[in-house]
Design a protein around this ligand. Structure first.
Ligand code: SF4
Length: 443
């Protein structure tokens, strides 16, 4: 297995003349020698920028920091770097300084939906817990550019404890997503402590971790880290491969270790102009992911974060990609294409249209080949109206402590759960939490 190739050897020697393979595969060595300024980038890659360009590059990294692991740098094709997907994802572009009319610092309103620092509580039963705000590599397309990389606001133990306390006091939360920054920037022991504290909370059923380490620094997935993670099942991990060439022997090894530890793996790609806005690239990517036991989970429309306009594609590009996947390849290799609602409404799935028309007893559909077909609905159907009155229902729910009684959103309108015949967004739980928080801040 090629874990160390000639190009990597060359990069390692340019960074540190005495470097050996053991250094290259040491994640701490990689972090210590990450490329954080343009002149080191030039020295290591042999690429030279014009003086006029240097000025705008310096301005860009003054606003959004630069950090590229030597490993990720080795993926860049220096002969054609301007078109290279890894160069585009890791190297600053002066276009990041362009702020469009619709750009926002915090497009997903994560800070507004934050009842305590570090926690974003948007959906009813799950929270996002920011336990780190640093990463091994700063992705140029990061949606959290506003805070990722800011060493002055790294969450301390006190802040983490407040987040844990909030989760403890909010039993509706059954799913905790650890994110950041990258949670795997924390030490094994510290992560172990956080996971142990969360596991003590009876209402927390699952823990998820969002990390880009298998992509940008696969050597972080050490046997020691895996041993820690294994203790805290059920634990899920989502990563972010955006291009099939990022699935190298080293990242395959990292994925293998995680999958062998019984951790279900998912991938959340971001649709990026000039990187992966191509049906063939995306199909290759999803195939390589499932070969490595990673389920393609989401394909994200690029958010409206400041400085990302050059990465955005029209939504039609995403639909075109989905059209090329659905039916054309295995269902479990097809991600859900989503737009994360600007303003904080959560992920909204977007798909090509397959339901062409319908009448009272028949629907007309089309498939991926263009076949138009009909599905005959039953002439007699004893309606089951789910009014959430499970005790009187003939269907055997019979679940202990079933929490399904509470209905919100469109689900509520469909179920006749209460008298509501329309939805007024101001009355959602989320907005109420926001209002309460704002009132607390004011008082
Ligand atoms: S690893 Fe994630 S949080 Fe960190 S810079 Fe990349 S996209 Fe942002």
């Amino acid at each position: 297995m090629t874990i160390y190739n000639e190009k990597q050897q060359e990069i390692a020697e340019k960074i540190s003349p005495n470097a050996r393979i053991s250094n290259w595969k040491d994640w701490k060595w990689q972090l210590k020698h990450s490329i954080r300024d343009i002149s080191t980038f030039e020295k290591v890659t042999g690429i030279e920028f014009e003086e006029s360009e240097m000025e705008s590059l310096e301005k860009t990294i003054a606003k959004f920091p630069l950090s590229i692991t030597p490993y990720y740098l080795s993926l860049i094709d220096t002969e054609d770097y301007r078109n290279d997907p890894f160069f585009k994802q890791s190297f600053p572009s002066p276009s990041e300084l362009i702020i469009d009319k619709y750009d926002m610092k915090d497009p997903l309103a994560e800070d507004k939906d934050s009842p305590v620092p570090g926690i974003t509580h948007r959906y009813p039963d799950r929270v996002l817990f920011h336990i780190s705000n640093i990463c091994s590599m700063y992705c140029r397309h990061c949606t959290r550019k506003r805070k990722v990389g800011d060493v002055d606001s790294i969450p301390g133990k006190d802040e983490i404890l407040k987040g844990i306390e909030y989760i403890k006091n909010t039993p509706a939360v059954r799913d905790v997503l650890l994110s950041g920054g990258d949670p795997f920037m924390l030490s094994d022991d510290y992560l172990d402590w956080i996971l142990t504290e969360l596991r003590k909370i009876p209402s927390v059923e699952v823990i998820r971790i969002g990390t880009r380490m298998p992509v940008v620094l696969p050597y972080r997935i050490t046997d020691g880290l895996v041993a820690v993670l294994k203790k805290h099942h059920p634990l899920w991990i989502n990563t972010q491969f955006n291009h099939p060439r990022a699935i190298t022997d080293s990242s395959k090894e990292a994925l293998r270790k995680l999958a062998d530890a019984g951790i279900p793996l998912g991938n959340q790609s971001v649709l990026l102009a000039g990187v992966n806005d191509c049906p063939r690239i995306m199909k290759k990517l999803v195939h390589k992911l499932v070969q490595n036991r990673v389920r393609p989970y989401y394909l994200y429309q690029c958010d409206l974060s400041e400085g990302l306009s050059h990465f955005r594609t029209p939504v039609g590009k995403g639909i075109e990609i989905m059209e090329s996947l659905i039916g054309h390849t295995s269902g479990f290799a097809v991600p859900t294409y989503v737009i994360d609602a600007p303003g904080g409404g959560g992920k909204i799935p977007v798909t090509p249209t397959y339901l062409i028309s319908w009448s009272t007893n028949k629907v007309v559909l089309r498939n991926y080949e263009g076949v138009i077909t009909t599905y005959k609905e039953p002439d007699s159907y004893e309606p089951v109206f789910c009014d959430r009155n499970c005790r009187d229902c003939k269907l055997q729910l019979k679940l202990e402590e079933a929490e399904e009684i509470h209905a919100i959103g469109i689900e509520k309108l469909l179920s006749d759960y209460d008298d509501a015949i329309s939805l007024i967004p101001e009355s959602t739980d989320r907005i109420e939490r926001r209002d309460k928080l704002e009132m607390e801040i004011r008082s």
